[in-house]
Write a protein that binds this ligand. Structure first.
Ligand code: ADP
Length: 474
């Protein structure tokens, strides 16, 4: 074997995440999960969502959902047909830059309410006009649309439809909104325009993923866990209320306790920030040090789409910088510039002379005519980084299955997942399953009981389902 392939194989081995480490990871996850249920300010936040029921596919009705989380604002209406199917109508509007970072919260939320108004005028005009007429005649207001508000920024939640903004991220910066209830801000802008809409629920996207899967999944088992493996990674699962002991300090919050269960937003991207069990290569360390939040989101930095390309870039650079080896120079792209979709393209290509790898290297790294051997070296590294991410993803999944005792029943356990990584990286689920079988308490028998399905559109149908649960909960 050439020096290049020997060295690539050596680096790849640094990304090994063997069974024994998976088991240690699971044990530590369970410990941190318990701690997060008992108190505040723990590594795993384990945020109570006050959503206390998951759908079974028979839910019916027309609901609204809006999603504010990045460059676009999405408005949709969802008709739940009650037979696990739904129809969705949506519009997407780019948020003007000046509203994201320089105006007031009133400017932003008025803009959002106006988008809801035009959506209603276009798609639900009868309902909209009937409401306006009743208002004009001072008649009783009825038939409000219940709306689920997906708001993908850190919030402290105080009930199913209230939560205060902790801080803005992703380029938003409107200081006067921080510390305020974002549902109340939206409701007030909606009321100023006399819209027939009630903000019924504040929605986290992982909770939406879980709910959407539970509604659409075949059979009537109900979904236990929703996980996102996209730009970031996070999960939400169904927990027994009696185990969420930190709720004792929130006695004044009203919510329906009859099911005895509540969805917890784990915020597992920050699992093991102290690195007691997570694997840690030199590439992980460099990436973290040069990130804008060192020491934070350490699990996410090893698993999600935002980071895997950068880990690869650093490993390729190590091969390039080794004078004995001289791999092509990958630093043409700037830091953080290597998209994780490259990993999927490279992993997929098993053809002779690697045509897809060559095309991808040209597109992503401006490398002209790499040799077959260089392509093979890239494949070796990609495979190691992608497989480690998938095996790490098995850790929270196994931990939740064990911790909730769900594997001890005879039923199938349903898990809904979303995100480009799990959807497109070849065999991502297969690697997750390999690792799950290696966990003693899961084993091959437990792994067979786990059904994993893609759950799309958590912020549409998922948010609508949470609005439905919230409206029943009054
Ligand atoms: P989001 O999580 O932002 O809602 P996605 O689930 O599409 O959206 O995830 C986007 C992330 O997935 C980006 O980090 C991107 O690099 C990565 N990505 C996009 N396409 C692929 C692919 N084919 N394979 C693996 N990762 C991908």
């Amino acid at each position: 074997m050439s020096a290049l392939l020997v060295e690539a194989t050596r680096i790849a081995r640094e990304f090994d995440y063997p069974a024994e480490q998976v088991r240690r990871g699971v044990a530590e996850y369970i410990r941190q999960a318990d701690e997060g249920l008992a108190k505040e300010n723990t590594t795993l936040s384990q945020i109570p969502t006050f959503v206390t029921a998951v759908p079974n596919g028979t839910e019916k009705g027309l609901y609204l959902a809006v999603d504010l989380g990045g460059t676009n604002f999405r408005v949709c209406s969802v008709q739940l047909h009650g037979d696990t199917t739904f129809s969705l109508t949506q519009s997407k509007i780019m948020i003007p830059r000046e509203l994201m970072a320089s105006g007031t919260s009133k400017d932003l939320f008025t803009f959002l309410a106006r988008q809801i108004e035009s959506f209603l005028r276009i798609h639900h005009n009868d309902h909209f006009e009937a409401h306006q007429r009743r208002r004009a005649n001072n008649a009783a207001v009825e038939d409000l649309f219940d709306l689920g508000f997906t708001f993908s920024f850190p919030v402290r939640q105080f009930g199913i439809n209230s939560g205060t903004l902790i801080r803005w991220t992703k380029g938003f910066n409107i200081p006067d909104a921080v510390g305020h209830d974002v549902c109340a801000l939206l409701q007030s802008a909606i009321d100023d325009l006399n819209l027939p809409v009630r903000v019924a629920a504040l929605v986290n996207d992982t909770v939406g993923t879980l709910m959407a899967r539970s509604y659409t999944s075949p059979g009537k088992t109900g979904t236990l866990l929703g996980g996102i493996f996209g730009t970031g990674t996070n999960g939400a699962y169904l927990e027994k209320i009696e185990k969420i002991t930190k709720l004792d300090s929130m006695k004044d919050v009203h919510y329906d306790k009859s099911t005895g269960e509540m969805i917890i937003n784990a915020e597992w991207g920050s699992f093991d920030n102290q690195l007691s069990v997570l694997p840690d290569t030199i590439y992980d360390r460099q990436l973290d040090e040069e990130s804008n939040n060192p020491g934070i989101q350490m699990f996410e930095k090893r698993v999600s789409g935002m980071f895997l390309g950068e880990i690869l870039r650093r490993a390729l650079l190590a091969l390039h910088n080794d004078p004995q080896i001289g791999l092509f120079k990958p630093s043409e792209t700037s830091k953080w510039g290597l998209d994780t979709s490259l990993l999927s393209l490279v992993e997929e290509d098993t053809a002779k002379h690697y045509p897809a790898v060559k095309a991808a290297l040209k597109d992503h790294l401006k490398i002209e005519n790499p040799s077959d051997e260089e392509c093979e070296a890239v494949k070796i590294l990609v495979h190691a980084i992608g497989k480690r991410a998938a095996r790490l993803s098995a850790v929270p999944i196994a931990a939740v299955l064990i911790h909730t005792g769900k594997l001890q029943t005879d039923e199938l356990v349903d898990v809904g997942v979303d995100g480009s990584l799990v959807e497109f990286y070849p065999n991502f689920e297969g690697y997750i399953r390999d690792a799950l079988r290696e966990v003693t308490e899961v084993g091959p028998a437990g792994e067979k009981k786990i059904r994993i399905g893609i759950s799309k559109d958590g912020s549409g149908v998922g948010a609508a389902l949470i609005a439905l649960v919230a409206s029943k909960d009054e």
